[in-house]
Design a binder for this molecule. Structure first.
Ligand code: GDP
Ligand code: MG
Length: 594
């Protein structure tokens, strides 16, 4: 049987899931009746039914000119946080459908994904979707695609995934334009692991693309990077549910079940081969997931610590790219420091935690991973600001820089450029995608991006600007660790890393905020911001005088009760810093301002 392996790349909401549904339907992989909208996307549905209908690689059968084809649609995670996983998925395809919304036009993720597909030498089939829309502008969008991506306007396939227009044409184009996989079915086994998921009953399900050789049910396999060996208990393809088979040969895509207890043992990008001398060479390009964003997660009620730990453990079985370790904070008690691939990944994990456990969470402001060269020549990777050494011990302070591609209507170029300059960006390119749209590229510190860049771009372009970014590497910068001291005691949870030029402003803002949240004591309380031993901002909470309590007397009785009740609740959540009592609410009000 002839095989074609392809993926769909698109900016979010341009219709990738809908198109996948139509392809499944048109090839008879699922019947209309079975078809639930957005079959490929629905995690909740998957959970309810307890079966895997969410497949990252669906195998379809299609007759074309009297010959049967196996069309494997490989899903790529759409977001930059999962860039490495996107790249591994692309490495399993020979072609890509580049899908663009007929109204929205080319967006930041369209461009980023198209470049990635080109780097993997994929045959690219440009597709304009949503031509059924009354306000569709297919001609202009075709021009944008020609300008920005070099697509030949003649070759663009026009479809409506929703209305089912042009699907037959598209299938023909896939068969004609996507090259068949090369590879030798008799060579030593070499298969790429491009995804995995966890089945409560069967353990890890490993997704593979066979590059060379043939894999058989019951045989022994070896993961070359993980250096682990298993027996293939079950293998098969997603059509779209798991359909077992006995062999998969070079060019084919499918899954393996090998009694693997945790997803931690399956590494995306690893190579499956055989044990011993007949093993193939490992495939190139393997790398470990890089955690770029960290934050602290604390139960707001200290009693919930072990419940939170259980929830985190459960989550990490399903998501090996997320990591956590216990952390103690003077301010917030016992909790965990958690590492994520990026901001979106962090949001996903938090959402899941909230859905799947009852723990009320306190999250500290996220920070990036810094690299520090010490005076003694050591290189430290720092995941939390309080671990940054004192200024005297630092030779070089480095931070991650990302290349941002921002697509905006030309009217908004000015404000976006100003925003990027303010965030210490360095412009690397600017080009027009068409008469009304431009793409601006900037290298910006990741710390500035995760702070609020995405929201700010949305608001200064009325929602029309789109942003995508990619890690460039680490660069030295004039960074400092700013500490907050309360009566001379450093409050670990409130240390931040910031640019030296911003330290004064941020320091003043934090101490002012914290001062307003600290209740008066019998003595004076000094709130200071400091870099090393140098104080850069100070506020004072003056000592309590007798008449301050006067507000508790007189007045209406119910108000007084409320006040007392409030104080009682507040007490529960008080933390002591030296001899000063600070409410958790005070910490949170400071932490949430970043
Ligand atoms: P994805 O984020 O790329 O997976 O996009 P979806 O498939 O979820 O589609 C986003 C929205 O566009 C949904 O509301 C779809 O119903 C809608 N949509 C997708 N394809 C079409 C189309 O061909 N025509 C119209 N009018 N709407 C579409
Ligand atoms: Mg989708």
């Amino acid at each position: 049987m002839q095989v074609r392996n392809f993926c769909i790349i698109a900016h979010i909401d341009h219709g990738k899931s809908t198109l996948a549904d139509r392809l499944l339907e048109h090839t008879g992989t699922v019947t209309k009746r079975q078809m639930k909208e957005q079959l490929l996307d629905d995690l909740d549905l998957e959970r309810q039914r307890g079966i895997t209908i969410k497949a990252r690689a669906v195998s379809m059968r299609y007759m074309h000119k009297g010959e049967e084809y196996e069309l494997n649609l490989i899903d790529t995670p759409g977001h930059v946080d999962f860039q490495y996983e996107v790249s591994r998925s692309l490495a399993c395809c020979e072609g890509a459908l580049l899908l663009v919304d007929a109204f929205q036009g080319v967006e930041a993720q369209t461009v980023a994904n198209a470049y990635a597909a080109m780097e993997h030498d994929l045959a690219i089939i440009p597709v304009i979707n949503k031509i059924d829309l009354a306000y569709a502008r297919p001609e202009e969008v075709a021009n944008e695609m020609e300008q920005s991506l070099g697509s030949d306007p003649e070759s663009i396939v026009k479809v409506s995934a929703k209305a089912g227009i042009g699907i037959e044409d598209l299938l023909t184009t896939i068969i004609e334009k996507v090259p068949p996989p090369s590879g030798d079915p008799d060579a030593p086994l070499q298969a790429m692991v491009f995804d995995s998921n966890y089945d409560d009953y069967r353990g890890a399900v490993t997704y593979i693309r066979v590059m060379n050789g043939t894999i058989k049910k019951g045989q022994k396999i070896r993961f070359l990077r993980a250096k682990s060996e298993y027996e293939v208990i079950e293998m098969g393809q997603f059509r779209p549910g798991r359909l077992p088979c006995d062999t998969l040969t070079s060019g084919q895509v499918g899954y393996l079940i090998c009694n693997i207890k945790s997803l931690k043992e399956v590494h995306i990008g690893d190579t499956v081969s055989v044990p011993g001398e007949k093993a193939s060479e490992p495939l190139t390009g393997y790398s470990r997931p890089k955690r770029m964003v960290y934050c602290g997660l604390f139960p707001s009620d200290g009693q919930d610590f072990s419940e939170l730990r259980d929830a985190l453990e459960k989550l990490s079985i399903n998501d090996p790219s997320f990591e956590f370790e216990p952390e103690t904070s003077d301010a917030l008690g016992f909790g965990f420091r958690c590492g994520f691939l990026g901001l979106l990944h962090m949001e996903i994990v938090q959402q899941r935690l909230e859905q799947e456990s009852d723990v009320d969470l306190v999250q500290t402001a996220p920070n990036v991973t810094y690299e520090i060269i010490t005076k003694s020549g050591q290189t430290l990777m720092i995941h939390k600001p309080q671990d940054v050494p004192d200024p005297g011990d630092i030779e070089e302070f480095r931070q991650p820089i990302v290349r941002c591609n921002i697509v905006v209507p030309t009217d908004y170029i000015g404000p976006v450029i100003q925003l990027c300059q303010e965030r210490r960006g360095i412009q690397t390119a600017q080009e027009y995608l068409g008469p009304t749209r431009a793409m601006i590229s900037y290298d910006i510190p990741l710390a500035e991006v995760i702070y609020d860049l995405h929201d700010k771009i949305k608001s200064c372009t009325r929602g029309y600007g789109t942003l995508d970014y990619e890690l460039q590497g680490y660069e030295p910068a004039d960074l400092v660790r700013m500490d907050i001291l309360v009566n001379g005691n450093r409050v670990d949870a409130l240390s931040v890393v910031c640019h030296r030029a911003d330290a004064d402003r941020r320091g003043r803002a934090v101490v002012k905020k914290l001062k307003s949240e600290i209740e008066r004591h019998m003595f004076e309380v000094a709130v200071q911001a400091a870099i090393g031993s140098r104080v850069i901002a100070r506020e004072t909470v003056t000592a309590m005088r007798k008449n301050v309590t006067a507000k508790c007397y007189g007045g209406d009785i119910s108000r007084k009760r409320k006040l007392l009740q409030k104080q009682k609740e507040g007490k529960k959540r008080m933390k002591a810093v030296g001899n000063v009592e600070i409410s958790q609410k005070a910490f949170m009000s400071v932490l949430s301002t970043g």
